[in-house]
Design a protein around this ligand. Structure first.
Ligand code: ATP
Ligand code: MG
Length: 484
């Protein structure tokens, strides 16, 4: 069921119950922007969200299922599964009173306008009565435009691509500091700018992030890494000092030191570039995260050596250790932690291999060490090539192509060596009444050749069929002693 269809059902139910219901938040924002239609829609009910949700559940018969949150006077109604899953949430219009030490507010019933004013950004603080969608067949903003309830001029901010808090930003951010991360995340996701007063307020209030739980921070960080150009979010995180609370290890990469005319590159700038490079090659968020962490060992291992220059020896080992500390702090899963640790540990290897004369055994050692994550490591390694010098860059990318080709060859050769006909020697002996001997070997080899040539698939039934076709010409040549 699509969003508009659900909204129409809600409208019919709301009419019956004589209740005012409004679509709000991200759905309205994305609808006006013409972005891909959302699979989760939030509704504000003037009155009790939970009571209306229960009525809606009855009205929908068995179409979906209701999850109730009586403590918050909200409920969630879920229709369908997988890619088709639609989640709608009902909440009573409310205002929130915060205390300084917690982001858990005291909630009181309120008007729609008051409810909208406690939201994070003006573009998220618009509502549309569900009745406005009644006549709509296809999504079309023209039909609802006059009906948008927009007390904070969210539509103007949408047009100007601006994120701005509805109330004084110092109040909005101090009440719930998670909103600062949401500002940065929306800036990347929507490709909007943060209004200067709002941005200044984040600078002033960044320290408040300390009251936010690791889980919520992790969630927003991963959403930032999932955007098209993550460096937009990362640079904002850095600029507002939020990054110094979330990932101080990354902040430590900033800066260029010069001693006796020797400079090293700014590893923070490099890191952000690497993350963007990865983002162009894959949607996999954890791989992008690995890019963000790949060089964190550099600030601790930096050393200027005479005649050699700046060095970061063993930064991949130090970095791997730091990954475990970061993971613990951000409460990452065990799987994600091991994944990140593995990629950080090995990220140097493809780069250092590509510039040498590569031996098969060096390639094989890398394949075995890295295991399943080899492809991801190769993406990280390629994305790590960020030199600004176009000639150097072309040459290095070419070397990298060679390395990848080499790895492919070694893998193929090793696979061939391990390869065996799915129709086995024992099968051949049984079917032909043969003892172990050259004929069995020749038949087996013929089957394997046919598979390698692509004549038949590497599969038992096809191999057996092929065997039945060729057996006669081989059997005629079999020696007497081979027959059992
Ligand atoms: P998306 O679902 O695309 O991430 P969204 O705008 O729908 O974006 P949700 O987290 O689903 O974001 O929240 C729905 C709405 O609830 C928001 O649009 C906003 O109006 C409000 N909201 C959510 N979290 C907060 C918050 N921490 N502070 C204030 N308002 C919030
Ligand atoms: Mg949402």
């Amino acid at each position: 069921m699509d969003a508009i269809k659900v909204i129409k059902k809600i409208n019919t139910c709301a009419k019956k119950e004589k209740t005012e219901v409004y679509a709000v938040g991200g759905f309205v924002r994305d609808y006006i922007l013409g972005r891909k239609e959302k699979k989760d829609v939030d509704f504000v009910v003037v009155g009790s969200g939970l009571e209306f949700a229960k009525k809606f559940d009855l009205y929908m018969k068995e179409a979906g299922s209701l999850v109730e949150f009586p403590d918050f006077d909200t409920a969630r109604y879920v229709i369908g599964e997988g890619a088709e899953k639609m989640v709608v949430e009902f909440a009573g219009a409310r205002s929130e009173n915060y205390e300084a030490t917690s982001r858990k507010p005291k909630v009181v019933k309120a008007s729609l306008e008051q409810d909208l004013s406690r939201r994070d950004f003006t573009v998220n603080a618009m509502a549309v009565p569900v009745v406005a969608f009644a006549g709509i067949l296809k999504p079309s903003i023209k039909k609802i435009v006059g009906l948008v309830i927009d007390p904070f001029n969210g539509q103007i901010d949408l047009e100007n691509k601006t994120l701005r808090t509805p109330l004084d930003p110092d109040i909005t951010f101090s009440d719930d500091p998670l909103r600062m991360l949401r500002a940065v995340r929306f800036a990347g996701q929507l490709e909007f700018l943060i209004d200067s007063k709002t941005l200044k307020s984040i600078n002033d209030n960044f320290d408040r992030l300390k009251i936010i739980s690791a889980e919520r921070i992790q969630e927003e960080l991963l959403k930032m890494l999932a955007v098209k150009t993550p460096s937009v979010c990362l640079a904002l995180m850095f600029q507002t000092k939020l990054l110094s609370l979330v990932l101080p290890e990354v902040v430590d990469l900033d800066g260029v030191e010069e001693i006796f005319g020797h400079q090293h590159k700014n590893n923070l700038v490099h890191t952000f570039k690497v993350v963007d490079n990865i983002a162009q090659r894959t949607d996999k968020v954890m791989l992008r995260f690995a890019g963000l962490l790949h060089d964190i060992g550099k600030s601790k291992t930096k050393k200027l050596l005479p005649k050699i220059g700046w060095t970061f020896y063993a930064h991949e080992f130090v970095g791997k250790k730091m990954v475990y500390q970061i993971s613990k702090r951000l409460k990452l899963s065990k799987n994600d932690t091991e994944y990140l640790a593995n990629l950080v540990r090995w990220h140097q290897q493809p780069i250092s291999l590509m510039d040498d004369d590569i031996t098969d055994s060096a390639v094989r050692r890398l394949i075995v060490a890295v295991g399943e994550e080899l492809n991801d490591l190769l993406i990280l390694g390629r994305s790590d090539i960020t030199t600004g010098n176009p000639y150097k860059k072309e040459k290095r990318l070419k070397n990298y192509d060679n390395l990848e080709e080499r790895i492919k060859q070694v893998l193929e050769r090793d696979q061939l060596r391990a390869f065996q006909s799915p129709f086995r020697g024992e099968d051949i002996m049984k079917e032909c009444g043969l003892k172990p001997g050259p004929t069995v070997g020749r038949i087996k080899e013929a089957i394997e050749e046919a598979i390698l040539d692509g004549k038949i698939k590497n599969d038992y039934n096809e191999a057996k069929q092929y065997f039945l076709e060729i057996r006669k010409e081989y059997l005629d040549d079999a020696k007497d002693w081979e027959r059992s």
